[in-house]
Design a protein around this ligand. Structure first.
Ligand SMILES: Cc1cc2nc3c(=O)[nH]c(=O)nc-3n(C[C@H](O)[C@H](O)[C@H](O)COP(=O)(O)O)c2cc1C
Length: 313
């Protein structure tokens, strides 16, 4: 099985993946959160700079619906040495969908077809796609799939939810299976594999799937892949060292303690789920969320990691 780290805006950027790779080193491909500006801005450049991504196989993700914009971003990425890009056709957010970007492009299949024709015709780099299965109904998938079949998609990552699901309901495994049976591209599965049990259950159900992409599961339990391979859960020492590297990385690259604090709290929205076993842990998480200074935050995070029981299952 190959494991990919999911692109997650503001969570799995270069600081997080650098620290993750240092301590766990078990991801086959890292995907950047989406880049959308025609000219890469400073934040985007930091994300893709080779010196921030050493020793990792990183695929930059692009969100666009205009051929020229897409190609302009690809050209800049090519100059950094990238050999493949990924197209975002899955973002369900209310700010992008009405503009027919992300999953929103699945609402206009003529436009999707023209866009794919343009980029697959002219892109100097191979393009993989990360997609949802439709906007409002799983019956939309058949037409979407027919369009995908026309293009040389390097790899198709399927998050089998609808745009309107956002992150609610369950991934539609029936549609995923249909895609698996009818498409000849390498297919990667993504969605709701948040524990070793769920991952092992999935591989039992779909033994032919060779790639899975993991997002929230790794944020919640950085030792998830190890556990799936039968290794012991992540130790407090490794978790603390990993946490401290993420914190130091943000401090070095993000101006303003408040912004660093905000990023760390965002991660704790997921990591905190592994500390729900006791009242003392719950209280500490509340304190973390209310903390106003980095020193206060760091002491609380250290306390919870060292003193509380990490429950990955
Ligand atoms: C906060 C957040 C940010 C995300 N940002 C992106 C993104 O930039 N690009 C993308 O393709 N998917 C994005 N996703 C979707 C994830 O990559 C993934 O498809 C989703 O979380 C389901 O996988 P999981 O259950 O393993 O987390 C985001 C999801 C969340 C919750």
């Amino acid at each position: 099985m190959k494991y990919y780290l999911a692109p997650m805006q503001s969570l799995t950027g270069f600081v997080f993946r650098h620290a993750y790779n240092k301590h766990f080193h078990n991801i086959d491909k890292y995907f950047t959160p989406f880049l959308a500006d025609r000219r890469l801005n400073n934040k985007d450049k930091n994300e893709v700079l080779p010196k921030h991504n050493k020793g990792m196989h990183v695929i930059p993700q692009i969100m666009a619906n205009d051929v020229e914009v897409f190609l302009e971003i690809v050209q800049q990425l090519e100059q950094y040495g990238y050999k493949e890009v990924n197209l975002n056709l899955g973002c369900p957010s209310g700010t992008v969908v009405p503009k027919k970007r992300g999953a929103g492009l699945l609402a206009d299949l003529d436009m999707l077809d023209r866009f794919l024709e343009g980029i697959y015709d002219k892109s100097p780099l191979p393009i993989s796609i990360k997609t949802r299965i439709g906007m409002k109904s799983p019956t939309e998938w058949e037409d979407i799939q027919t369009i995908y079949q026309k293009y040389p998609i390097k790899e198709l990552i399927i998050h089998p939810r609808l745009q309107q699901d956002q992150y609610k309901n369950h991934p539609n495994l029936k549609v995923f299976e249909e895609a698996l049976n009818s498409l000849t591209y390498p297919i990667c599965y993504n969605g709701d594999l948040h524990s070793a049990e769920q991952l092992n259950h999935f591989t039992g159900q779909f033994p032919q799937v060779e790639m899975v992409m993991l997002g929230r599961g790794i944020l919640k339990n950085p030792g998830l892949i190890g556990e799936t391979k039968g290794k012991a859960p992540v130790t407090k020492e490794i978790l603390l060292a990993f946490h401290n590297d993420v914190l130091e990385g943000y401090k070095a690259h993000i101006p303003g303690d408040i912004n660093v604090l905000y990023k760390m709290k965002e991660w704790w929205c997921y990591l905190g789920e592994s500390y729900k076993g006791s009242n003392s842990a719950k209280k500490l998480i509340k304190k973390i969320m209310k903390s106003k200074a980095l020193t206060e935050y760091h002491a609380l995070a250290r306390q919870i990691i060292i003193e509380e029981k990490f429950q990955s299952r």
